[in-house]
Each structure stands twice: as C-alpha cells, then as structure tokens.
Design a protein around this ligand. Structure first.
Ligand SMILES: Cc1cc2nc3c(=O)[nH]c(=O)nc-3n(C[C@H](O)[C@H](O)[C@H](O)COP(=O)(O)OP(=O)(O)OC[C@H]3O[C@@H](n4cnc5c(N)ncnc54)[C@H](O)[C@@H]3O)c2cc1C
Length: 501
C-alpha cells in the first residue's frame, strides 16, 4: 500500500518535499492556510503595479533545476530565468557608489575606483569563497544532517580546518580587504540568511561565490512565477492541495504523529507528517504536548530567529535612473548597526535599506514611466507581546527620509500605491518565530551555523522543512531543505522495507 504524507504549509519547502515524495510514489497532501501556495514567496497587485512580497533576489538556481530534473522535468519549460547585472548597486553614506558586478574585469575596475590596493585581493577572496562553497556542497547541501557529529563523518579533519572554524565571516573578509566599504558590502551578503557577519562562521564567506560566481537571477514575470511553476508540477504529479485549510493540531499517539486536526474540525490521518511551519512555532502551537520534551533533547534555545523586516511596497509615478534592479543603501557604521539589531535587539538608528525595482528588468511589473519599489529594512524579530504598530509610522519615515537624503529625491511625493508588512504581519501570515524572515540565525558560538534537524527527535514519523531547519533560509536553502528531507524519508522507508522483509 502507498505510504501517505500530510504536509502542513505550502511554502517553497513544503512544495519541494511534496514534489519529490509524490514522484517517489507516496500519496501526498498539502494543507495550506493561505488562499494560494507560495508562503513568503507571494504576490500583491494594485494600481497597475505588481510586487513580489517576499524574495526578490534569486540565487543558486541549480537547486531549482535539480528539483525539476529529479522528477523528470526541465525547469526551462516552466520558467524563464535571467541573470541580473550588476547584482547589486551599493550606495554608501559618503556618496560612494559601487556596482557589485559578477563580470570580473568590471568588478576589478569598480574596486580600483575606491581602493586600488584591495583590487589585488579580489581574486584570492573569491577563491576563498568558492573553497567554502565547495566544502559545503559535500555535506550541508548534500544531506539532511543533524550537527557536528554528522559533519565530522562527512569531512576529513583537513577539510574541517579549511572551514576556518575559529573565524567569523567578518574576520575572514577583513583578511582580504582594508577598505571599510568593501568589508561592509561583502559582509552584508550574510543578510541572505538574516544573520550577523560578526557572529556567523567564516564558512558563510561562500556567499561571495553564490553572489558573484553563480550570480543573481530574476524570474521573468516576477518571482511569484516560481510558486506557479511548483503548483503546476504538483498538480501534474497528483499532489492533493487543500487551500484555506489551517492546521490547528498535529494528532499524536505516544511517539507517533498520526495526522492533523484542522481549524474547521476535520481530522486527517497519514503515515508521515511534515511541518513547513517553522519548527519552534510548530511545537508551541501544533504539538503543545511535545514542546517541553523536544526542547530538552534539542536545546531549542540556541535556534534564535533571524531578523524580521519592515517591507514597504511603493508604486511611484516616476523613474529613478540612478538606481539599478537591486540597490543597497548602507549604514554609516555597520558595527553599530549589527550590534543594535543582534545584540541590543533594537531598531537600528541608521539601518541599511534594500530597494528592489523589478520593473527595471521587467516592464510588466509597473505602468510606463513608473516604478515598483520593494523597500526592505531588516529589524529584530518580535519580542513576546511586542506590537509593531507603535513604531511603524516613525520607522517608515526614517527609511523614506534616508532614501531621499541619498538621492531618491522626493520619493514621498511620488508614491501613488503603498502596502506595508510589519513583523506582526509576517508572523501572522506565515507563522514564523517573531516574524522571522529567514528562519533561524547562523551564529558560530550559539549553534555553530547548524539549523534545527529535519527529523523530530521525539516523534518518529514527524519532519520539519523550511528556513528554521537544515540547511537554512532563503529560497534555494528551503528548496533544498524540502528535497533533502524527502530523500531522508525515502531512505528510511527503504530501510524499513528491508527490515520487514
Ligand atoms: C520580505 C522578504 C524578503 C525576502 N527576500 C529574499 C530574497 O531576496 N531571496 C531569498 O532567497 N529569500 C528571501 N526571503 C526568504 C524566503 O522568502 C524564505 O526563506 C522562503 O520563502 C521560506 O519558505 P518556507 O517554505 O520555508 O516557509 P514559508 O514561505 O513561510 O511557508 C510556510 C507556509 O506554511 C503555511 N502555514 C503556517 N502555519 C500553518 C498552519 N497551521 N496550517 C496550514 N498552513 C500553515 C504558511 O501560510 C506558509 O504558506 C525573503 C522573505 C521575506 C519575507
């Protein structure tokens, strides 16, 4: 008889797991509380503007290709993916502008403009990043791993030492560059996983290879096309999808998850249950009786949530020709900024601001002569009982004023459409811990960069996928998380069959 699987949540991770498991012949259902699939990868339209509400930068598209290939499909039949150049345009407090181009001669020239000496170290820095990436490919990106003991089995000591375990990402960057702007820009790549470069391990320097070696990409028609492509594959391979279905409880019996109870009282049963809701909120809300025991065996405290964000979707009735598709307006003092967010856990006085304008690459995303600005400012995750309504108006003003001071002239006068998401909204919409954007932080001392393992320790047939779990947050990572967990489940089922025979 076919094994059945219930997946709570239809984000990228849940859908990836569903695709792989259904292709292996399991009977899969996704229960999604929202009105569409995609989770944080979502869409909003208004006044002729289209906005991606979550991810706007696509990295490591090979992860998506792998998923499609594994189920006998070609990603290019479903999506048009193009490379974005320059990857980022960086604006610094003193008026310096630098294009982070993945074209090496262009990048060398950009670096020479601000620091001729550092240009010589660009190539060694990129090689270091690639080395870190190659090491990660052998373990973190290959298998669902539980922590250091698994890592030790997958790498000889020489490779573990090459990971520079005693160094932070910022420590590694400063070995290559003297110039403060270069350090700040390359360190900021860590925001792809919502952590601090001063606390993240040096292995995260691989993000320079992800950014420059593998490149920054855009999906034609908007990032939401990715959720649509996944939905198409899901229906082609017969996954049952129940939208508008909120799971209220995971039904358990001893050490087994038996199924789920939905908000409207329906009970559904299956052999395997997977939560795409982050692991800690899942234990707190859906598995209340098991939270304490899981906390004990897992030491869940060390998996703190990543940053959350204030998102402003702005339709503006003019164009800003000095801006690129992806722009970063950096803070004056990154040490202070990261300290305020990650140590003091308060709003940064001078935050780095990201402005994404997909209409620069894709004219379907805004009316002619107008632009769709996606403005993201990272903020600490919500504390217990905290209400962002208190800061929303003031922080929005701080963000828009900073952009205007940095050349995005008269921005406030040109806004003709606006929608905002606060940490409260992100928490309510997706259930993430404190409104976290990327799951759990990558912190050398706190968790060694490991995430919550995909398999529960207290319930033998319960799994977790998504940003809070291995290998982490961001579109490629959560897609891998779904795939690696599906592989783990299939492997376990095969072993079980052999045992029974
Ligand atoms: C503003 C923003 C900007 C971002 N920018 C980028 C970027 O540029 N590049 C990048 O790679 N990543 C980016 N990310 C991160 C990326 O979006 C996430 O890492 C990824 O989409 C998370 O996918 P997931 O499947 O793990 O979780 P989610 O997308 O959170 O999916 C979880 C799903 O579970 C559902 N759910 C929760 N509880 C229940 C329940 N009880 N019953 C039923 N369903 C439930 C939710 O509705 C949701 O659909 C960004 C995210 C945000 C919010």
């Amino acid at each position: 008889m076919k094994k059945s699987v219930l997946i709570v949540g239809g984000g990228i991770a849940g859908m990836s797991a569903a695709i792989r498991l259904a292709a292996k012949g399991l009977e899969v259902s996704i229960l999604e509380k929202g009105e569409r699939l995609g989770g944080k990868l979502n869409i909003r339209r208004g006044n002729g503007y289209t906005f991606d509400t979550g991810p706007s930068i696509l990295t490591m598209p090979w992860v998506l290709e792998k998923l499609f290939q594994e189920v006998g499909r070609n990603l290019n039949d479903y999506l048009e993916i193009e490379r974005v150049e320059p990857g980022w345009r960086s604006f610094f407090n003193d008026g310096t502008v630098l294009d982070l181009s993945s074209d090496l001669p262009t990048l060398i020239n950009e670096v020479k403009k601000i620091s001729p000496d550092d240009a010589n170290n660009l190539y060694p820095f990129l090689s270091y990043g690639q080395k870190m990436y190659d090491l990660t490919m052998k373990s973190f990106y290959k298998k669902s791993i539980n922590g250091l003991s698994d890592l030790r089995m997958m790498h000889p000591m020489k490779e573990l030492l090459q990971m520079d375990p005693m160094k932070s990402m910022a420590g590694a960057t400063s070995k290559f560059f003297k110039n403060k702007h270069l350090q700040q820009m390359f360190n900021f790549l860590i925001m792809y996983v919502g952590s601090s470069p001063y606390h993240a391990p040096a292995i995260m320097s691989q993000l320079s290879h992800v950014q420059l070696g593998l490149g920054v990409h855009y999906i034609k028609g908007g990032m939401y096309k990715l959720a649509e492509a996944f939905s198409k594959v899901l229906s082609e391979i017969g996954v049952d999808i129940k939208l508008g279905t909120e799971v209220e409880e995971i039904i358990t019996n001893g050490s087994r998850a038996e199924g789920v109870r939905t908000k409207n009282g329906q009970e559904l049963f299956a052999d395997i249950v997977i939560s795409n809701l982050e692991a800690i909120p899942a234990y707190k809300t859906l598995l209340k009786n098991h939270f304490e025991s899981e906390k004990e065996v897992r030491d869940l405290q060390k998996y703190e949530p990543t940053v959350s964000g204030l998102v402003l979707l702005l339709g503006v009735n003019r164009t800003y020709n000095q801006l690129a598709h992806h722009n970063f307006f950096f803070s004056k003092d990154p040490v202070k900024e990261f300290n305020q967010i990650f140590v003091d856990k308060k709003l940064a006085e001078d935050p780095t601001i990201y402005v994404g304008i997909s209409s620069k690459t894709d004219s379907t995303q805004a009316p002619a002569g107008s632009e769709n600005l996606f403005v993201l400012t990272h903020v600490p995750p919500l504390k217990e009982g905290e209400d962002w309504e208190l800061y929303k108006a003031k922080y929005r003003e701080l963000v828009l004023q900073k952009l205007e001071r940095n050349g995005v002239t008269d921005l406030r006068k040109h806004i003709e459409f606006e929608h905002q998401f606060t940490p409260n909204d992100l928490q309510k919409l997706y259930g993430s811990n404190g409104g976290s954007i990327y799951g759990t932080i990558t912190d050398r001392k706190l968790n060694g960069g490991f995430k919550i393992p995909n398999k529960s320790k207290v319930l033998q047939n319960m799994y977790f996928v998504g940003g809070s779990t291995h290998p982490g947050g961001g579109v490629p990572m959560v897609c891998l998380s779904g795939q690696l967990t599906a592989e783990l489940i299939v492997e376990e089922q095969e072993q079980l069959k052999q045992y029974i025979v």
